[in-house]
Design a protein around this ligand. Structure first.
Ligand SMILES: Cc1ncc(COP(=O)(O)O)c(C=O)c1O
Length: 399
């Protein structure tokens, strides 16, 4: 096959919104992907925290095949069997009572923003609309979620932004306390900041924020788009912090590779959205729900995969710490939870990502200098050993 022709056609026909690496991925199984020229890669990116069961997990593939033969799509004008089953699974395994299905993380956050405004206006005070979010956060690329995102680099050029968002430093309870006004309706946070550089807050941070929300009748929205679905070693990251949110958004890992998002909330808040107030054509479509059911059932079966995530997260962290000892000038910090780990470097991470790709290992860099490891939760010791070997070679060569 003619790779150059591929790249030429991509630049001719596809908008240039992604800085892509020159690799055409064609096939995947478990931890591995293969490019169109037959090269094998070990995948520590996992579709950016999406492929929690690895690539093309047989149970997910079979569920999709079976559902595709039965029914691909019908409107939400009617009841959809797999949607009801998936909702029940999510509710039985979380704090929530009700779910709204959509197609991405940004859409789930849009739903959360709309629900918290509508509930607060109708039930607390008509002048409540403002949402406090954290600096350095990431909540999506639609106009409202982009405004919620506390990073100017993503907002530049798209002004005027949506009114009603305030950003305060992450992991700072008093900053949130000071930012609350009579107009505030909600606080929206990632339990661990992902795109911002894998930043874990102090153990009591979310508990204190929960208390502030209770005191001021604010909704606590947790954006678990990246941290949810087992990524941190528990099904949802809020479970680490001994609290429950009022609204939680999930996406990425939920469908095991198909596009599905969800907003979960309790019976107290859910009635604020009624027919005609919020909807999406594809939300909770039979095909994606069938994939998500297979994904969650596999994830939860015997607790085996969550256990694997915890054990491998610990092992990966230990091995990254070993590297830190070997390269003290280069590696500034290792942090994260479960299999959401970051390695902060004293220099740009991009050349390291490129060098790893050349050696057949896919890794990701976020916030400029943080290597982020978000592999499938089925990763094994031998995969981690190969990653560490590769990183060590690359660090030696580049330092
Ligand atoms: C925490 C968080 N929220 C929201 C999003 C946006 O999700 P999507 O790209 O599915 O719209 C992301 C994506 O990286 C994310 O990490």
């Amino acid at each position: 096959m003619d790779i150059k022709k591929f790249f030429d056609e991509a630049s001719r026909y596809i908008m240039n919104t992604y800085a892509r690496f020159p690799v055409v991925l064609r096939k995947g199984r478990g931890m591995k992907v293969w490019s169109s020229d037959g090269k094998e890669y070990l995948d520590f990116v996992g579709g950016v925290a999406v492929n929690i069961l690895g690539h093309c997990h047989p149970r997910v593939v079979v569920a999709i095949q079976k559902q595709a033969q039965r029914l691909l799509h019908v409107s939400n004008y009617y009841y959809i069997e797999p949607q009801i089953k998936l909702a029940k699974l999510l509710i039985e395994n979380s704090f929530a009572d009700k779910v709204f299905f959509c197609n991405s993380g940004a859409e789930a956050n849009e739903a959360a923003i709309k629900l918290s405004r509508k509930y607060s206006k109708e039930n607390v005070s008509s002048d409540r609309f403002e949402i406090i979010t954290a600096k350095n956060s990431f909540h999506g690329r639609t106009l409202a979620t982009l405004t919620a995102t506390g990073q100017e680099k993503f907002q530049k050029g798209f002004e005027p932004l949506v009114p009603g968002f305030k950003h305060v430093p992450f992991n700072d309870v008093s900053a949130i306390n000071k930012a609350i006004t009579k107009n505030t309706c909600a606080i929206m946070l990632e339990p661990i900041q992902g795109e911002g550089g894998v930043l874990v807050p102090d153990q009591n941070y979310l508990k204190n924020i929960r208390e502030l929300c209770n005191k001021h009748t604010l909704l606590l929205i947790l954006d678990e788009v990246q941290t949810g679905m087992g990524r941190t070693g528990k099904l949802f990251a809020y479970e680490h912090f001994d609290i429950t949110p009022d609204i939680m958004t999930i996406a990425k890992g939920l469908g095991g590779g198909v596009p599905i998002g969800a907003m979960l909330t309790t019976d107290k808040f859910a009635p604020a959205l009624q027919p005609g107030t919020h909807a999406t054509t594809f939300g909770g479509n039979p095909l994606v729900c069938a994939a998500a059911i297979a994904t969650i059932e596999t994830l939860l079966e015997d607790g085996f995969i969550l256990d694997q995530c915890n054990r491998m997260g610990k092992y990966l962290r230990e091995r990254l710490e070993e590297l830190k000892k070997k390269f003290p000038g280069l590696i500034v910090d290792i942090r994260g939870l479960g299999l959401m780990l970051g390695m902060e470097l004293s220099k740009e991470g991009e050349p390291i990502v490129k060098a790893c790709i050349e050696k057949g290992v896919l890794i990701n860099c976020t916030a400029g200098n943080v290597l982020r490891f978000i592999p499938p939760l089925i990763v094994q010791k031998k995969d981690i050993d190969r990653l560490i070997e590769t990183l060590e070679e690359v660090f030696k060569r580049l330092s």
